[in-house]
Ligand binder design. Structure first.
Ligand code: ADP
Ligand code: MN
Ligand code: MN
Ligand code: MN
Length: 331
């Protein structure tokens, strides 16, 4: 049996979610029966009326596979798909198509992104730590990169996730326990914009899939709990001229300062709640930058070869966030 998990991004508002359904390929009853992603036989359909993507009276949408991944959890294959209309034009919820266009246009600059995906592992709508802890240490610094059951929750799950991502050959570069109890982070990249965005969506899918087994939920809310750090997705960015110090990071920050709202619009629902000026954020209305400054909206790396936009939320769509970064900084 050859099973393929078709994974796509839906139209849920205000934050898109992942969907997937399984297709059995059994052309010749052989293990070679799987089509390549370019094969017209790989195209598939789904009911867009149940995913926030179509009205019920005109519900069929097309799934076009764009990348194939091994799925070590189910020992099968994942086809990451983009959503198309019947006429094979990109659906309005398909933010990947526009990123692909821009990635081609900016390719000569060799842009790299590194995305730091934060999230809470939750039970009953609260951090899993609330259930497991008998007391909370008020000092959030105690949990960051912590070790020991007093400070760290569900490490087995996040290690399993990390190994799955490595085995699936995602561009995952690390993971750490975060500042708030029950909060974690992993990093995708550095890599080109399409690769990091595709790999982040697949890493999120693996985490959701694992959450079924661990009987927990994964929470990407910008601000789950007012008293603790929200969840972000810091976006690290450079181009070859920046890495070669031919294009100063300060010039890039100047460009960003002229497009504040355009960026916030695609940095995820609820950024106003998270970017308050406390809990390691800068107030969203005040755009600031500084070398090695983690209180700023944008940190310039100490060697001044890349920037870290600290504003994107954990719930952002990487296809949109990286596209806007390219639009602002590569022209
Ligand atoms: P932080 O110190 O902010 O927690 P992390 O180590 O968690 O940073 O994440 C940094 C991310 O930035 C990683 O994914 C890393 O690969 C990426 N990165 C490093 N150098 C560059 C660069 N020159 N351009 C883009 N991304 C980069
Ligand atoms: Mn980090
Ligand atoms: Mn972090
Ligand atoms: Mn960071």
């Amino acid at each position: 049996m050859n099973t393929v998990e078709y994974v796509w991004v839906d139209g849920t508002k205000p934050t898109k979610k992942l969907r997937s359904k399984i297709r059995v390929f059994d052309f010749n009853g052989t293990a070679t029966g799987l089509p390549s992603i370019q094969d017209p036989k790989a195209l598939w359909h789904f009911d867009g009326s149940s995913t926030g993507q179509a009205p019920a009276d005109n519900s069929d949408l097309v799934l076009r596979p764009v990348k194939s991944y091994n799925n070590p959890i189910d020992n099968n294959v994942i086809f990451l798909c983009e959503v198309l209309n019947h006429d094979m034009t990109p659906h309005t919820t398909n933010a990947r198509a526009a990123l692909e266009d821009l990635a081609i246009k900016t390719k000569s600059l060799k842009p790299w992104f590194g995305l730091e995906q934060e999230y809470y592992i939750c039970k009953n709508g609260q951090s899993i730590a609330v259930e497991q802890l008998h007391f909370m240490t008020p000092d959030e610094g105690a949990y960051f990169c912590g070790v020991g059951s007093e400070y760290v929750f569900n490490r087995d799950m996040i290690m399993e996730h990390l190994n799955i991502c490595v085995n699936a050959k995602l561009k995952i570069s690390g993971a750490n326990a975060e500042v708030a109890p029950g909060q974690w982070e992993y990093q995708i990249g550095a890599a080109d914009p399409l690769t990091v965005s595709d790999d982040l969506w697949i890493a999120r899918w693996f985490m959701e899939r694992l959450s079924e087994r661990y009987n927990v939920t994964i929470n990407y809310d910008a601000k789950l709990n007012k008293s603790y750090n929200g969840s972000g997705c810091h976006m690290n960015f450079s181009t070859e001229p920046m890495r070669d110090r031919l294009m100063p990071c300060e010039d890039i920050c100047q460009k960003l300062s002229e497009q504040i709202q355009k960026h916030l619009d695609v940095y995820g629902h609820g950024y106003e709640q998270r970017l308050t000026g406390i809990h390691e954020t800068a107030f969203y209305k005040d755009f600031t930058w500084g070398i090695s400054d983690r209180t700023a909206s944008v940190r310039i790396s100490v060697d001044e070869t890349y920037i870290e936009d600290r504003r994107p939320n954990a719930n952002m769509d990487p296809y949109e966030a990286t596209r806007v970064m390219l639009e602002t900084c590569c022209f």
